[in-house]
Write a protein that binds this ligand. Structure first.
Ligand code: WT7
Length: 580
């Protein structure tokens, strides 16, 4: 029997109070994600239960119980307090998927600070804009990544402390702190008295224009994350759950930390490079039961074929789900054939904090569809021009949600106008109501879709120029800004180009400064320049040289025109392309 039971019944009788009940939380109590995921589970008598089974390169393995999570996260919380960190301060977590990342995340939240995890493959420039924007006060990192922080620390006036949390203290620079939590477990820690609206996790997400925006979440998000983990991922007490996402991105925190641990579920983490064989072995060795992954990974597994699957015992698997990009029908059908289980598609965003439109256990699956709105979520498709909800099945419009779900982002850090611009339907100064469905507003997701006559949603594409490569959003503006810092480049435009496995990869168009000529060396140099400054995801896979880039009358590069040409789409009227 699945946790959700009947989708229709759950929709009819829905209230977020169900989530509070599932978590055993009562009105007026402290609501703190860090404590919810460790102290509370121990208080239920599950202190000795395995919380984290971690595996690194070369098969190195470490295991932590919920009691370990409790005393070690207390250790981080106490350490931060002693450092003078105040509730509400931003503490960045910049490291690979090591146990320290998962446990310090809880510790930061326990003492009331905001956890700001950043993808460890980020280069110094990607790191700098995000730390600068957030006024981050402390960064937790490792020997491997501290160099990138050193390079930019002079340009970050708010950054007071660099803390290395792993390895040994040799060769640290003056002022850098070494802290190994194992040496300082704390039995009792007074958890910060946070409430539902206290800021919790901060994730940066890329848009079409400007630098990435910091989507700030609040502790109430755990209601949404726990209930979706229960009803969509179907997590149960005896599951061994594997979320393949990195906590540098929202999937890796909402469903790679908060969802499963708030329910007291054992999860495993694999911190080594991707190969299909390594993944299958990991499932086999740990007897993974529930697996949450992404379409790009699934397509890579498909490529390596069915024969490989047969070499492993994957019979422990009982439920699979996917997020991040459109999950093509072939991938759903293939997974059903080779694993005996279809991957269930789930749709959501950094801003939504938890799953919004999903396929549920027990529901009829239409391969290629994202499924139906989660109970308690009011979804709609808005007309592309008027922003009125469409009623006719099959009409393509903007995916939108009535605000007021618990894990909705509460602001874009220091960007109130952009935050407000994501909501339509009411007076300009209207702010979304907290935790009740606000019938006067729509939160507009920035994606296009339609629904069919049975209420299933079908993804069409993004409504902007953001590039989705392997389930990760990359902002074209960030790439273009970095490109024009290269000595050879005068002007640049970045777009996504179709790719069989990653859905999209980055392609750039550039014009060269006088004195520079196209060459293989230059190309390699530009690719590395972007990889190092931004990240491997942002690195262009193709560079096209132009004498001149197409521009609007006001001089803005017509990225959309280049994209339409690349995708073989109708270019249309150039004046409409100029609007955005
Ligand atoms: C964007 C959000 C929250 C998950 C990780 C990404 C795209 C997400 C799907 C899906 C088609 C999807 C959308 C969305 N996306 N899930 N099931 N089908 N597209 O979070 O980085 O904020 O990206 O990813 O374009 O807006 P994110």
């Amino acid at each position: 029997m699945s946790n959700i039971g009947s989708y229709e019944k759950r929709r009819e009788n829905f209230s977020w109070d169900i989530a509070k009940e599932v978590l055993g939380w009562k009105e007026g109590e402290i609501l703190n994600i860090g404590a919810m995921c460790s102290d509370r589970i121990c208080a239920q008598g599950k202190g000795d239960k395995k919380a984290l089974i971690w595996q690194g390169f070369g098969g190195r393995q470490k295991t932590y119980t919920f009691n370990d999570l409790r005393v070690l996260s207390n250790g981080y919380a106490g350490f931060l307090q002693n450092l003078g960190v105040d509730p509400g301060d931003k503490v960045c977590l910049f490291m690979d998927k090591i146990p320290e990342l998962y446990i310090s995340f809880l510790g930061v939240l326990k003492m009331g600070a905001v956890a700001q995890p950043l993808f460890s493959a980020f280069g110094d420039e990607s790191l700098e804009v995000r730390l600068f924007s957030a006024d981050t006060r402390v960064i937790f990192t490792t020997r491997k990544h501290v160099k990138k922080v050193r390079k930019i620390q002079d340009r970050l006036p708010a950054l007071e402390k660099i803390v290395v949390v792993e390895g040994n203290p040799d060769k640290l620079k003056e002022g850098e702190i070494f802290f190994r939590v194992e040496e300082f477990p704390v039995e009792d820690f007074n958890v910060y008295e946070s409430g539902p609206e206290t800021p919790s996790v901060l994730h940066y997400t890329s848009g079409t224009t400007g630098q990435p925006k910091g989507a700030q979440h609040a502790h109430a998000s755990v209601w949404g994350q726990a209930l979706t983990s229960s009803w969509v991922l179907d997590l149960k007490d005896d599951d061994v759950y594997w979320c393949t996402a990195d906590p540098g991105w929202v999937t890796g925190t909402s469903y790679g930390i908060i969802g499963p641990w708030s329910l007291g579920v054992t999860q495993c983490v694999l911190d080594s490079g991707f190969t299909s064989a390594a993944w299958y072995r990991f499932i086999q060795d740990n007897k993974v039961t529930v697996w949450y992954s992404a379409p790009t990974a699934i397509r890579s597994l498909m490529r390596d074929g069915e024969e490989l699957v047969k070499q492993y015992d994957l019979s422990s698997l009982r439920h699979l789900a996917s997020v991040g990009e459109p999950l093509n029908a072939e991938a759903v059908i293939w997974s059903e054939k080779v694993y005996g289980l279809p991957f269930l598609d789930t749709f959501w965003q950094t801003e939504t904090g938890s799953m919004m439109i999903t396929n549920f256990p027990g529901m009829k699956i239409k391969p290629g569809s994202m499924g139906k709105p989660f109970p308690g979520i009011v979804a709609g498709i808005l007309d592309l021009k008027t922003h009125e909800p469409v009623t006719e099945p099959g009409t393509v419009g903007l995916i939108a949600f009535r605000p007021g779900w618990p894990s909705m982002f509460r602001e874009y850090v220091k960007k109130p106008e952009i935050y407000r611009s994501k909501f339509v339907g009411a007076a300009d100064d209207a702010q979304p109501a907290e935790l009740r469905v606000d019938e006067s507003l729509w939160y507009v997701s920035g994606d296009r879709a339609s629904f069919d006559k049975d209420g299933y949603y079908w993804f069409v594409g993004r409504d902007d120029d953001v590039i989705n490569t392997g389930g990760h959003l990359v902002g074209p503006f960030e790439i273009e800004s970095a490109l024009v810092e290269h000595e050879a480049i005068a002007e640049a435009a970045a777009i996504g180009k179709p790719d069989e496995v990653n859905m999209e990869v980055v392609k750039v168009f550039i014009t060269l400064n006088p004195g520079y000529e196209p060459s293989d060396d230059l190309e390699l140099n530009i690719m590395n320049f972007i990889r190092k400054r931004l990240s491997p995801l942002a690195m262009p896979q193709e560079i096209e040289y132009s004498k001149k880039l197409p521009k609007t009358r006001s001089g803005k590069i017509l990225r959309r025109y280049l994209k339409a040409l690349e995708w073989g789409e109708e270019v249309g009227d150039l004046s409409t392309l100029e609007d955005d």
